[in-house]
Design a protein. Structure first.
Length: 116
């Protein structure tokens, strides 16, 4: 089934050669997670494309998705709200900018700051 994944082959021109096999490029491995003291996290608020709702956006995380998800879980638990962590960003439902910055600094992310 994985050989017939057309989404990974979008933009590839059709070949009339019956022996042609499309080979995709190997996925890049994620970079190693930076030390907490070296992470430059920006904590802001976002209202776009959310039906007027506010979310606290933590961006600038460099590292593995597992570490991002773990940090997101800590922030969601301590704020007592829902959210998500994906694509190098953490979304926390509601306006918790000041609280999130305090939590991040207490966890050792000394370069975390409020962006807006």
């Amino acid at each position: 089934m994985a050989d017939n994944d057309w989404k990974s082959r979008q933009g590839v021109v059709f070949s009339t050669n019956p022996d042609f096999r499309y080979e995709s490029e190997p996925e890049e491995e994620e970079a190693e997670t930076l030390d907490k003291s070296r992470q430059k996290l920006l904590v802001g608020i976002d209202r776009r494309n959310r039906g007027g709702k506010q979310v606290t956006l933590v961006s600038g995380f460099v590292g593995k998705e597992e570490d991002l998800a773990a940090l997101g879980k800590i922030l969601k638990t301590r704020c007592g709200v829902g959210g998500t962590a994906k694509d190098g960003e953490i979304l926390i439902q509601g306006d918790f900018r000041d609280r999130v910055v305090e939590i991040l600094k207490s966890l050792g992310y000394i370069k975390a700051k409020r962006s807006n």
